[in-house]
Design a protein around this ligand. Structure first.
Ligand SMILES: [Zn+2]
Length: 136
């Protein structure tokens, strides 16, 4: 895949972000790099997350969200999967921009993945416990 083709995929991924989030993406630059150091990293957010900014920050250099092309291509099974992977990475890095920690981002991702699959989490009752009463 050419760099230009991949750039289009990243552009579509950014365009798929709902407007209510996209309009708050200020002073953040999306860049595409061919490969990540080590080759496993899909994307990288660098900057000061939105909740930690102050008025004087408006003079700072823009934040950077880097999307790495080759790691996505290596993971993707087909063209549709590649689009999905890039969308997931763009969401992931934007979530960091909005101040979510890695754990929060991953939690939100697994909820989104379940929703996509139409699945709901099932509570598992540990074995050996008698189902009496309604206590926890
Ligand atoms: Zn992350």
């Amino acid at each position: 895949m050419t760099a230009g083709e991949f750039d289009r995929i990243v552009e579509r991924a950014i365009a798929s972000i709902p407007w209510r989030y996209r309009r708050r993406l200020q002073n953040v630059a999306f860049v595409v790099e061919e490969d990540s150091p080590g080759g496993a990293l899909l994307g990288l957010y660098e900057g000061r997350p939105l909740p930690h900014r102050s008025v004087s920050d408006s003079f700072r250099m823009p934040d950077h969200i880097t999307i790495y092309q080759k790691p996505h291509e290596r993971l993707a099974h087909d063209a549709g999967h590649l689009e999905q992977l890039v969308r997931d990475t763009v969401w992931h890095e934007i979530a960091h921009y909005f101040g979510m920690t890695e754990a929060q981002v991953r939690g939100a991702e697994s909820r989104r993945a379940r929703k996509r699959l139409g699945q709901r989490a099932r509570a598992i009752r540990p074995p050996g416990r008698r189902p009496t009463g309604d206590g926890p």
